[in-house]
Design a protein around this ligand. Structure first.
Ligand code: KMH
Ligand code: ZN
Length: 273
């Protein structure tokens, strides 16, 4: 089994300091959370950006500042969000891809997202894929429902993405696929041969699905974007605390944790940061 790639998702687009006062907003706060998570074993940073008031932004200048600060202290793989926040335009969402990070997220379909709709029409997905191709950015396919894997396969047939690739199963978003372990097994069974996968369990699903990924040879994402709790009713102190627990669990189960360079090899990332 390959070493375990731990992705940290320190802030997301929706969670606020009201949910957990330790949620970072400023580039300095976000970079510090990434640094602490890297120290505990994270090898990918899934980045969203915020305005000073905590609202979500896809402004490339804000992303550039975060990336500069993260790179100054770590060799983390930078993965920018192209999902952004519900309601953003495609032009806004694609902004940080122009910075040529190593990775970016490519959500492969539309789904309910709590009371909102996370809209990803096929022409828009193709637009994002084209932008990533143009800038030499590796997509991570974000899978909120099983049918989205089929869309990734269709994009490959059109030459917009390469497969096998790296998939992130986002499980437990209200309105999309649930965190039932049987769903994880089904998603894995649908993957193109040779692909790698990670799982982002939302809320209480983060820990059990992460444990499954460790055992099954997948990878795992943790962080405030997905979950602000350490245990039932107990808020996490930091993203690093959530990363450290996953690394500890992997260690107990005999699975080593990947360094960023090991993660680059596993993901066949064509270039070093
Ligand atoms: N904020 C969600 C609506 C991504 O980063 O690409 C979408 C999201 C996925 O967070
Ligand atoms: Zn995200």
């Amino acid at each position: 089994m390959d070493p375990l790639i731990i992705t940290v998702a320190p802030v997301g687009a929706e969670v606020t300091k009201e949910h957990n006062p330790n949620v970072p907003y400023t580039p300095e706060e976000i970079a510090e959370e990434c640094y602490r998570a890297w120290n505990e074993g994270a090898s990918i940073a899934h980045i969203h950006a915020r305005n000073p008031d905590g609202t979500s932004t896809q402004d490339p200048d804000v992303y550039a500042r975060i990336i500069e600060l993260v790179k100054a202290k770590t060799d983390l793989i930078i993965q920018v969000s192209v999902g952004g926040a519900v309601g953003m335009t495609v032009e806004e969402r694609v902004g940080p891809v122009s910075l040529k990070p190593e990775m970016a997220t490519l959500t492969c379909g539309t789904c309910n997202f709590g009371d909102d709709i996370f809209t990803n029409a096929i022409p828009d997905i193709e637009f994002f894929a084209q932008a990533m191709k143009q800038h030499g950015v590796m997509p991570e396919f974000e899978i909120f429902e099983a049918g989205m894997i089929e869309t990734a396969k269709r994009l490959a047939k059109k030459g917009l993405v390469e497969l096998p690739g790296h998939f992130d199963f986002v499980m437990g978003v209200p309105g999309a696929i649930s965190g039932d372990p049987r769903n994880l097994m089904h998603l894995i069974s649908m993957l193109p041969e040779g692909s790698t996968w990670t799982v982002a369990g939302i809320g209480r699903h983060e820990l059990p699905l992460g444990a499954m990924a460790i055992v099954l040879g997948g990878h795992v994402r943790v962080g405030f974007e997905d979950n602000v709790y350490y245990s039932r009713g107990v808020k996490a102190e930091s993203n690093a605390q959530l990363v450290a627990r996953m690394a500890r669990l992997a260690n107990e189960l005999g699975r080593p944790v990947a360094s960023p360079d090991e993660a680059r090899k596993i993901l066949r990332l064509p270039r070093k940061a």
